[in-house]
Design a protein around this ligand. Structure first.
Ligand SMILES: [Zn+2]
Length: 529
């Protein structure tokens, strides 16, 4: 069977001008499931042709416009025509557009305000940046080429160039200030590393973080150290985005790196940051695991192990309640019973548990000594419903950096390339890059009306299908409907039911094969059998 897809213009003065876009033919035999519906190649061709037809009609309409001279206000006449080749999501299109010259002052005018040297539509640029944010440039190029009739600019290098350009624009965009001021904001900053492609260094330091309010959004930010992107400016902008004012109380969390502290001060966060609980808990966890692995092959060791496990738990409790500035007390108590594990035989893979425990406890002690000025009563904060750590930022580093750029991917990054790609990834997660596709963090609560789900959402079969045009022409066969209820009443009871005996074309007199483009009465999508 075959169809002709026809595009009919609906402007009132167009006299129903139409163009046959494509002839589609599919096998009538549904014995093989592969024959069902359109194939990808046909769909891509269809999209490309519809795009070309629409653009041609738009260019035709636009060419009849005459701008007024911008310097003297006089009338313009056509100077020459220029051919523009523009890459769109649905293939490359060519547009012929006139340039004008003022009749009186000879000033040149154009009738479009397109950016100079722009060869692609913003939507295509945005989609390329989106895909590149999620997957390697080569894979993103492959996905684009596979699904869409994109002909131009699908090489990985082009994708990279476009993505980095968008990253630059995002970095330089000013912060959008919200209407409401925030009473309290939590800002967390952390750093992680990615592999460098430069000869003189192995790793690049990446700073990541987020700001959070109780009722606003949770924007993330990140930047590679020593690039044109200033992380302090990013923090300042993120704080403004969630509504920082002079009265806002800003609480900062870091893992204790002095560099991050000075960055926060540069961003206007003057209160010293709190040592986050996550990094302490991580070290405590190592100690607990080592303690639980102590051997119990002798009676004395069972007793000692019980005492050590309890002692590590007590250390945990003391730090959580703000009662420990170091782990010396615990180390002393454990040292007293540690001798029973002398000569403990370790596991071939995991090593000697008592030695691991000793290392882990020293790590806790060293960390606490370095952070002692910034330890707080975490239990009290937690009971008050306040944040105690930056596990969110650890997660942020994970999804923002590691998923796309980590070492397992065998990728090495240039300083600028990694930094600008991170700007794109942040924008995707903050929902500030276009459509919100990929947006991870919704604000905690969204004030304003939400879309209510209809109890009887329209389906393909119940949608009012006849557009103004086809009604006007009276040539559109009624859509088949599963329920001869409401729709049947509208169409005078001609609704079809979907039974094996349904006829594909119920309009008497309009059936049979339609010669392509011979009659204005050809349906917008005419059924031919
Ligand atoms: Zn003029």
């Amino acid at each position: 069977m075959g169809w002709v897809l026809r595009l009919v213009e609906t402007e009132t003065d167009s006299l129903g001008r139409g163009v046959d876009v494509m002839e589609i033919s599919r096998s009538r035999d549904l014995g093989d499931m592969a024959n069902l519906g359109l194939r990808l190649a046909e769909a891509k061709q269809l999209l490309a042709r519809v795009q070309q037809a629409v653009v041609a009609a738009q260019a035709y309409r636009h060419a009849v416009l005459r701008p007024d001279c911008s310097s003297c206000g006089g009338g313009c006449h056509i100077k020459d025509w220029r051919l523009h080749q523009v890459a769109t999501l649905f293939g490359v299109v060519e547009v012929r557009l006139p340039r004008f010259r003022c009749v009186s002052c000879r000033h040149s005018e154009t009738c479009v305000s397109w950016p100079s040297h722009c060869r692609s539509t913003p939507e295509l640029d945005q989609l390329r940046a989106h895909l590149s944010g999620f997957m390697p440039y080569r894979v993103a190029a492959g996905v684009l080429a596979h699904l869409l009739p994109v002909e131009a600019g699908k090489s990985p290098e082009t994708l990279r160039g476009h993505t980095l350009k968008i990253g630059e624009q995002l970095r330089d965009a000013p912060a959008v200030k919200p209407a409401a001021a925030a009473a309290a904001i939590t800002v967390t900053v952390d750093s992680t590393f990615i592999r460098s492609c430069h000869d003189d260094e192995r790793h690049l330091e990446v700073r990541v973080g987020n700001v959070e309010t109780s009722d606003g959004g949770r924007p993330v930010f990140s930047a590679v150290a020593r690039t044109d992107t200033d992380i302090a400016v990013l923090i300042r902008q993120s704080l403004e985005t969630v509504g920082r004012t002079a009265d806002t109380e800003v609480t900062a969390f870091t893992d204790g790196c002095p560099g991050l502290r000075s960055i926060l001060a540069e961003a206007g966060v003057m209160k010293p940051p709190i040592a986050d609980w996550f990094h302490i808990a991580m070290r405590l966890q190592h100690a607990k695991q080592a303690a639980s692995g102590l051997s119990t092959d002798e009676a004395g060791r069972i007793q000692a192990k019980t005492a050590i496990v309890a002692e590590v738990e007590r250390l945990h409790w003391r730090i959580w309640n703000g009662k420990a500035r170091n782990a010396q007390l615990t180390l002393e108590r454990i040292r007293k019973v540690m001798h029973v594990f002398k000569g403990e035989r370790g596991h071939r893979m995991t090593g000697v548990a008592s030695r691991k425990l000793w290392h882990a406890l020293h790590a806790v002690d060293n960390y606490l000594r370095g952070q002692s000025a910034r330890l707080v009563n975490y239990a009290e904060r937690h009971r008050a419903g306040l944040r105690v750590g930056t596990s969110v930022t650890e997660g942020t580093a994970n999804f923002l950096v590691n998923r796309r750029m980590n070492k397992a991917q065998q990728m090495r990054w240039s300083r600028r390339g990694a930094d600008l790609l991170l700007q794109v990834r942040c924008a995707i997660y903050n929902g500030s890059l276009g459509s919100g596709f990929g947006h991870l963090f919704e604000p905690v609560s969204i004030s304003g009306p939400r879309w209510q789900r209809r109890r009887d959402p329209p389906t393909f079969w119940t949608l009012p299908s006849l557009t103004g045009v086809s009604r006007e022409w009276g040539i559109m066969p009624p859509w088949p409907t599963a329920r001869p209820g409401r729709y049947a009443a509208e169409t005078g009871g001609r609704g079809l039911n979907r039974t094996p005996h349904c006829r594909p074309h119920s309009e008497p007199g309009a059936g049979n094969r339609l010669p392509v483009g011979t009659s204005a009465s050809a349906a917008t999508c005419s059924f031919a059998d």
